[in-house]
Design a protein around this ligand. Structure first.
Ligand SMILES: Cc1cc2nc3c(=O)[nH]c(=O)nc-3n(C[C@H](O)[C@H](O)[C@H](O)COP(=O)(O)OP(=O)(O)OC[C@H]3O[C@@H](n4cnc5c(N)ncnc54)[C@H](O)[C@@H]3O)c2cc1C
Length: 292
């Protein structure tokens, strides 16, 4: 089995930028993920805040990213990694399609949506969103519904209320809510499924249905602890320092997996830093081995 210098897990902006930077630094890179890149890129309606690509649709952004990879001969290995094992001086990666080895690893897996509702993924970017600060502007003068899994999400609902005409908030927790008076709180109800009807989305509750223009599902991320045993986490986000180092030597993390803000440019920037840190790590390893 050939061993790579750097394995990058994830093909969103974080992973792509990490792979590009590693390639610029002449490293042998394994980029694992999907040739469709990221659903969070593909499904974005209009992106207004990515440098150099004003008012770009997610689809066009995806094409621009793919062209960039092609221009640098970076190939994506289509696979999903189940587990990353730290073996001491290298890492073993277990994927659906096989095993891989690399001297260093960059986690750029994004924030996974846990247990999606039926109809949720199909309508992501078509009335369903995971990010009020990203998509809120699309609901100016419209109605929106927020399903919040922790009190921290209340500020997102308040933010939406600044733009939308009507905001309903469904807390999926028992703590008392504290929201802008414009937000209507619907406690003690049970969301079941989501469907799209014409330009509206319908949330089916056990109790009744609610029709709205957009549904925001704000969950805490799934623990990446399943992916890397022993990885230090804080509220399900991977703990990193300013060099994107995790608690495991040779393992770096970037993008949504390291926590808020969930933004393309932040993800790409962290990908750049993670790759440069991985390059430094490899140089240190090489120097240490030469001294033995
Ligand atoms: C509809 C929508 C609109 C948005 N609009 C904006 C916007 O306008 N502006 C903005 O700045 N941000 C926006 N965002 C947020 C932005 O999409 C995210 O912050 C960004 O995509 C995070 O990039 P990432 O690379 O960290 O993760 P992701 O883009 O989520 O990419 C992670 C990748 O890793 C892959 N992956 C996960 N686990 C594995 C595994 N085990 N093995 C292999 N591959 C794996 C996934 O399939 C995915 O391809 C929007 C998000 C959505 C959903």
């Amino acid at each position: 089995m050939s061993r790579f210098d750097i394995a990058v897990i994830g093909t969103g902006p974080a992973g792509l930028e990490a792979a590009i930077t590693a390639k610029v630094r002449n490293k042998n890179v394994l980029l694992l993920g999907s040739t469709n890149l990221s659903p969070k890129v593909e499904k974005a309606h209009t992106v207004q805040n990515y440098l150099g690509l004003p008012q770009v649709s997610g689809e066009d952004m995806q094409k621009a990213f793919s062209r960039h990879l092609e221009s640098m001969d970076i190939v994506i290995t289509q696979d999903r990694i189940n587990t990353v094992y730290a073996m001491g001086s290298y890492f073993a990666l277990q994927g659906h399609a096989g095993m891989y080895e690399a001297d260093s690893v960059i986690l750029a897996c994004g924030m996974s949506a846990a247990k999606p509702f039926p109809g949720e993924l199909e309508n992501l970017g078509r009335g369903v969103s995971y990010c009020a600060t990203c998509d809120g502007a699309l609901y100016k003068g419209k109605s929106a519904l927020v399903i919040g899994y922790s009190a921290e999400e209340e500020k997102e609902a308040d933010f939406l209320a600044e733009m939308a005409d009507e905001v309903i908030y469904i807390p999926m927790y028992s703590r008392e809510t504290s929201l802008n008076e414009k937000v209507r709180v619907l406690s003690g109800v049970n969301p079941v499924s989501i469907e799209k009807k014409d330009k509206r989305v319908i949330l089916s509750l056990k109790e009744r249905n609610i029709e709205t223009d957009g549904i925001f599902i704000l969950r805490e991320s799934v623990a990446p602890s399943q992916l890397v045993p022993g990885l230090e986490l804080e509220k399900n986000r991977v703990v990193v320092d300013r060099k994107q180092k995790t608690n495991i030597p040779g393992l770096f993390a970037c993008g949504d997996i390291t926590g808020e803000p969930y933004q393309y440019i932040k993800a790409a920037g962290e990908g750049n830093v993670a790759a440069l840190s991985a390059v430094s790590y490899l140089a240190e390893m090489k120097a240490a081995q030469a001294q033995k």
